[in-house]
Design a protein around this ligand. Sequence first.
Ligand SMILES: [Zn+2]
Length: 277
Amino acid sequence: MPTLADVVQELESLYDPRWAESWDAVGLVCGDPSAEVRKILFAVDPVAAVADEALDWGADLIVTHHPLYLRGTTSVAATTFKGRLVHTLIKNDVGLFTAHTNADVADPGVSDALARAVGLTGPLVPLQPAADDPRRGLGRIGSLPEPVPLAEFARRAADGLPATAGGLRVAGDPDRPIRRVAVSGGAGDSLLGAARAAGVDVFLTADLRHHPASEFVEAGGPALIDAAHWATEWPWLADAARRLTSASAARGITVETRVSETVTDAWNTTAKCEDFT
Ligand SMILES: [Zn+2]
């Protein structure tokens, strides 16, 4: 039976913690390195619903994309939802491990899985290559097998991503032909300039704000598609689970993985303005 230390070693060989941004907090959050690990649940967010799912399934470890604590804390008392989560996990011998910006820039990483989910085929290259290794980096650029109108690409992207209350928001001429596509899982504001410079037909990401998006479109930039943050990162979970399973198997270690299907996007419902047409 592998230990948590064995599994962490495998995860860190796939998603090197040195690749993480300096402000990030990745790695093991709680768990005893000598504990045995058989069942591993992959999820985007370290939230109560995911912890419940882990307990129901009998998981020994949760691997999440988002960190539980990003800044220093002086208390894990169960007086906050984060402290309560730490208590729940420790009491039930469940570890928590985070691969965040180190998974974003990995090759393959979060945006490779997103690119495939929305129908990009062929080679993918980073939208913003890492300084130390241009094969890695943030976002990906790829192509569709043949051009399709923006509205059709958005429909296919919606089909390829897990469903969320908000769906996709699209900015640009619905008939615009789309062939070259840039994608970036999670908040993509900071990559708008790179998407414009790359000359792609559309940039699909999440958490875009009005002013940057409006100015981008007014200035003739690529079309924009804004998806739910959770949905853009979720496709990576299956890829990470698969890579961990095969890397472990190569070392004679057997682990059982599962991808959480609990939708933990913050936006869980919408209301339409009926007068707005
Ligand atoms: Zn994210």
